[in-house]
Each structure stands twice: as structure tokens, then as C-alpha cells.
Ligand binder design. Structure first.
Ligand SMILES: [Fe+2]
Length: 516
């Protein structure tokens, strides 16, 4: 594994693409219907030991009654629940009935501006100085403390009924959040928290950007009760989507970006389009101790700097002696969202690829070293849940089919960070994958419905669950892969009766909520 500069641009444009733009675009059609059925069109066999529910979240609507939204990140959240029980699988999808979703569906038109550039009809005059946010609940979905929560980082979670996916309403986590408070869409489950005698806990954060930005860290017990909450200030504007934990620390990458609010204020673009990447500035890394100690024995926050880059998602982190090791998908530059540009016309070949990097933060010298672990374009990294915050061997990711350059995610890539071995399962040319969720084979990997830190069998002994959009049939499939060997054919392909638009994040719980 060699160390070299982040690719600013794809160095080579392959002459033969693994996809067509027309096929890829079709996966961004809205799914307006809501379904509820046992999946019958199955190739292969669903493992009878696979028991539980895969929840997924993502934009279900890419238009409001024919008015196109500007970017998928502005799309209303739609939850899919795929329940596995005794070799059968059930599919259900429901939109989150957010206040904005209900209002726009009733009006039949766009009523809100979006963070990523969706504007109300009527030009800038109709949009200027309208700062209302539509909580679109479209980024992640989590079952914790007997609550199913749809997450969107800029506002409170929405609570849903896990059996029916009906929206119960905004959930402020028993008063932890105030109206309008942010709550990130990237929680971690620490499978054995050393502050809680080895009990699992949920760790998440919120960010309040400004001239200096405030990161608030939250930790909850399995019943959903707040254990710890503390706020930390970092200098400058911070746009932080994801973070990582170790048993002792929470780590945040502050990408070198700046924010000019004027185009947003004057109705010309969304706030997400007002962020610019500063390649001449370093990435700042904030390392925040998780423990709430007395002032006397509390460890200070630490700050590190490394090369400019842009990280949306981290795979994992762990402590190794006096180092913290962090594996992350890093871009050489922020893919900008140009005002007026149609995301369906994305020129992938002009974008920097996301690549898997390892960062080593030395707590003694405060130096950062980095090395490239995997150069193939990748996103949505995932590790065994027992390994959250602990040293891992395998990382699973969505990846491009092609070895070089940026391209749609069409493959699942497994990287062995110990040996450097890699395995790729590709759905190209007409399949487009989503985040792969690793589910351990043994039910003993879960205790009281939550992951433990004990491996049962090998670290890759389990399945990868991913939703694949098949452009040939314009439908989606739930694909089950044996994580031990991605070179094999899938264990099963569960063909849905319809497509599911490309989603964002999901989670698996060993609970089954439906009774039939
Ligand atoms: Fe994310």
C-alpha cells in the first residue's frame, strides 16, 4: 500500500464505461406508491438463520407533483423495511409524514427551499430571505431504545412505528433536544462502553456551524436515556456529516471549506451550494474525549492537521498504543453542486473519486500520517458491528465497477486491511448498488437486540445486504452476499415489484416487527 497525493481529478478516463448515464438516471425516478407484501420472486435461498429487519432510508421523491427537486439530498425521506423471518422476506415502504411532506403533497407543489438548491417556483424573488427548513428525514434510520427514528442531520428525528412505518411525529429524545435542534444522521453503537461497565451505548453528535462551530456529543443507554452530553467549540465554519469513535474518543474531520451565505440569503441557491472547498488549507481533526470527568482529571480536546481533502464518511477508528487509527473515504476536492446544474447530467469523469485512506494520529507527537488503502472509487463504508471503535480487519463498501476514476456505485468491495487482499462483486453493467450492511451469521452476535463486542466466528462470517437497482427491468432487488467470499454468486436475489430510488443509509436489527 503506497502513500501518494489525493487525486484531484480522475487521472484516466476509461474509454469503455461500465454504465450508461441513461440507465443510471432511471434510478432517480420518484417512487410514489407505498407497498406492503411478501417477496415471492427470489433467486437462490434466503438463509433461514437470517432473522431481523433491514431498515433503509433515502429520498423517495425526486419531484413534487412534477416539479423537479434540485438535488437528491433534498428529497423527502422514504423508509424501506425488509423483514427476514424463517427463510421468507417481507417488503414495506412508507414516506415519513413530515410537516413539509404533508404540506407539499396537499398543495401539489414545492413550498420549501432545500439545503442542496431546491427552490420554490418564482425565481429568486420568491425565495429570498425564506430560511425555513423542511425536515426531510431522509438520511438514516435507527432502532434504539424501542424507538424507530428517521434521521436528518439539521433537525430533530422523526419517530415511526417499526411494524407499520407510520409516522408518530418529531421525537426530541425525551427532552434532550429543543425544537429545531440538530441531531446528526451518523450515530455509532459502541458495543461495550467502558464508561458503562461494558454495556452498549449509542453515540451521536450535533453541529452548530458559525464563525466558530459547536460540536455537541450525546451518549444514550439502551433504554434511550441520556447518559452524557457535552459541547465543544472548534474554530471556524464546520461542515461535518459523519464522525468516528474509539472507546475513549470521538473524532471529527473538519474539512477545509468556507461558507458564503449571500447567494442563499438572496434566493439564488441553497446553503449547501454556498460551501466552497479550500485546497490550500489543511483538514483539521478534532479529537474529543468521550468521558465526562471532573475538571481535574478531564483530558483536553486535541487538534490535528493533515492535507486538504473532503470526507463524508468514515469506516471506523481504533486506538493502537499512542495512536488513533481512522479509515475514511476521502475525496481530493468537494464535489460542488452548481446552481442551475442538473444532477442527472453529472459528469462523473470530471469528479475526484472517493478513495479509502488510513490516517494515523499520534497522540504524543500530534503528527498525522496517512496512506492510501484502496484507490478504486468507493463510498458508504461499513464494518462488523462488534468492531465499532475497535481494530477491524474487513471494510465493505459500495464501489465503482471500474478501477479508475469516479463512476456510479455498481459493485460491493471488501478490503482486508491486514493482508491487502480485496474482493469485488459487481452488478454492472445495469445494476447500481447501495450501502452494504454487514449482518453477522450467528444470532449470538446480538444480545438483547444489540450488537456485542464479541466476535462469534471469523470477522467476515456473515452476510452483506444491499439494495441493487436493476436498470434492465427498472426494478430493485435485495441482494444477499456471503461476506466471506464476494467472488461467489449472491446467496439470494429478492426481486421487488418496483424500483427503489438510490438511498442513503440503513441499519439492521435482529428484531422482527411484523406478525403474519
Ligand atoms: Fe452519510
Amino acid at each position: 500500500m503506497q502513500s501518494f497525493q489525493l487525486n484531484e481529478r480522475a487521472s484516466t478516463v476509461p474509454t469503455v464505461l461500465s454504465y450508461t448515464r441513461e440507465d443510471w438516471q432511471k434510478g432517480y425516478n420518484s417512487l410514489k406508491e407505498e407497498f406492503d407484501y411478501w417477496i415471492e420472486d427470489i433467486e437462490g435461498e434466503i438463509p433461514p438463520e437470517l432473522h431481523g429487519t433491514l431498515f433503509r432510508n433515502g429520498p423517495g421523491l425526486l419531484d413534487i407533483n412534477g416539479q423537479m427537486i434540485h438535488h437528491p439530498f433534498d428529497g423527502d425521506g422514504m423508509i424501506c423495511a425488509i423483514t427476514f423471518d424463517s427463510g421468507r422476506a417481507h417488503f414495506r415502504n412508507r414516506f415519513v409524514r413530515s410537516e413539509g411532506y404533508l404540506a407539499e403533497q396537499a398543495a401539489g407543489r414545492i413550498l420549501y427551499r432545500g439545503v442542496f438548491g431546491t427552490q420554490k417556483p418564482g425565481g429568486w424573488l420568491a425565495n429570498a430571505f425564506d430560511f425555513r427548513l423542511k425536515n426531510i428525514a431522509n438520511t438514516n434510520i435507527l432502532y434504539w431504545g424501542d424507538k424507530l427514528l428517521a434521521l436528518w442531520e439539521a433537525a430533530e428525528p422523526h419517530r415511526l412505528d417499526p411494524a407499520t412505518l407510520e409516522t408518530i411525529g418529531l421525537d426530541r429524545l425525551d427532552g434532550v433536544l429543543k425544537p429545531g435542534d440538530a441531531f446528526a444522521a451518523h450515530p455509532w453503537i459502541d458495543p461495550a462502553c467502558n464508561q458503562d461497565d461494558g454495556a452498549p451505548c449509542l453515540v451521536n453528535f450535533s453541529i452548530k456551524p458559525g464563525l466558530s462551530s459547536t460540536i455537541t456529543l450525546f451518549e444514550f443507554n439502551p433504554a434511550g436515556k441520556l447518559l452524557r452530553k457535552h459541547a465543544h467549540s472548534v474554530p471556524g465554519f464546520a461542515f461535518i456529516h459523519d464522525f468516528v469513535i474509539t472507546p475513549d474518543y470521538a473524532i471529527f474531520f473538519q474539512n477545509p471549506v468556507s461558507f458564503n451565505p449571500l447567494p442563499f440569503l438572496f434566493g439564488k441557491s441553497g446553503p449547501g451550494e454556498c460551501i466552497t472547498f479550500n485546497p490550500e488549507k489543511p483538514t483539521r481533526i478534532a479529537v474529543i474525549p468521550r468521558a465526562v470527568g471532573s475538571k481535574k482529571d478531564k483530558k483536553p480536546d486535541l487538534a490535528f492537521e493533515t492535507h486538504a481533502g473532503f470526507v463524508f464518511h468514515h469506516a471506523n477508528a481504533f486506538q493502537d498504543g499512542d495512536e488513533i487509527v481512522i479509515d475514511s473515504v476521502c475525496y481530493g476536492s468537494l464535489p460542488s453542486v452548481e446552481a442551475g446544474a442538473d444532477f442527472r447530467e453529472t459528469a462523473f469523469e470530471r469528479l475526484a473519486p472517493g478513495q479509502l485512506w488510513r490516517f494515523r494520529l499520534n497522540l504524543t507527537t500530534q503528527q498525522v500520517q496517512r496512506e492510501l488503502l484502496e484507490s478504486q472509487c468507493c463510498e458508504f463504508p461499513y464494518v462488523h458491528p462488534a468492531k465499532a471503535g475497535r481494530s477491524h480487519r474487513y471494510i465493505y463498501m459500495g464501489a465503482a465497477d471500474m478501477a479508475e476514476g469516479n463512476a456510479p456505485l455498481q459493485a460491493i468491495l471488501k478490503v482486508d486491511v491486514e493482508s491487502g487482499e480485496r474482493q469485488l462483486w459487481s452488478a454492472a453493467p445495469q445494476g447500481y448498488v447501495s450501502e452494504p450492511i454487514f449482518v453477522p451469521r450467528s444470532s449470538a452476535a446480538f444480545k438483547d437486540g444489540l450488537p456485542t463486542d464479541t466476535l462469534v466466528g471469523a470477522e467476515d462470517d456473515g452476510w452483506l445486504l444491499t439494495l441493487v437497482y436493476n436498470a434492465a427491468h427498472e426494478r430493485s432487488e435485495v441482494v444477499i452476499l456471503d461476506a466471506r467470499n464476494l467472488h461467489q454468486q449472491p446467496v439470494a436475489r429478492l426481486r421487488l415489484k418496483h424500483h427503489v430510488p438510490y438511498g442513503l443509509h440503513g441499519s439492521f436489527t435482529p428484531h422482527c416487527f411484523i406478525n403474519e
